[in-house]
Design a binder for this molecule. Structure first.
Ligand code: SF4
Length: 135
């Protein structure tokens, strides 16, 4: 049995609590708060305590889905991104850039959020950008 405890940062919100992800033979089995983190000082909220569960959940979406003939079906990233790009171009051409809005997430990195707002403003031409922390 190969047990490991790996220091990491909670992905659920912007607080940045630290914890140790516990693995046995490469499988995530638990989360323990970091007692030395100045952010969370040995504590986690309920989301942090459960963080190891979503990674291997069978309910986790790991591929894009498109609705075809009323059914959600798995498609490749290329097909999904082409679909979204075509739709955004069509909506922008018919209704203007401010008919499109982008919602970012606290669960992604600052860099990902930066790229999203840059794409919205410089690529699409709208300032309609908001964030899940305000929802
Ligand atoms: S443990 Fe809770 S408060 Fe800390 S980063 Fe995760 S979600 Fe945020």
């Amino acid at each position: 049995m190969d047990y490991k405890s790996t220091l990491s940062v909670c992905p659920y919100c912007g607080c940045g609590c630290s914890f140790y992800l516990e693995t046995i033979d490469g499988k995530l089995v638990g989360t323990k708060p970091s007692a030395t983190s100045p952010v969370n000082n040995g504590k986690l909220c309920v989301k942090g305590w459960k963080v190891h569960e979503f990674v291997q959940s069978p309910r986790r979406l790991t591929n894009p889905l498109l609705r075809k003939n009323g059914e959600l079906v798995e498609v490749s990233w290329d097909e999904a991104l082409d679909y979204v790009a075509d739709k955004l171009k069509k909506i922008k051409a018919e209704h203007g850039p401010d008919s499109i809005a982008f919602l970012a997430s606290a669960k992604i990195t600052n860099e990902d959020n930066y790229v999203l707002q840059k794409f919205a403003r410089a690529g699409v031409g709208t300032n309609n950008v908001d964030h899940c922390a305000r929802l």
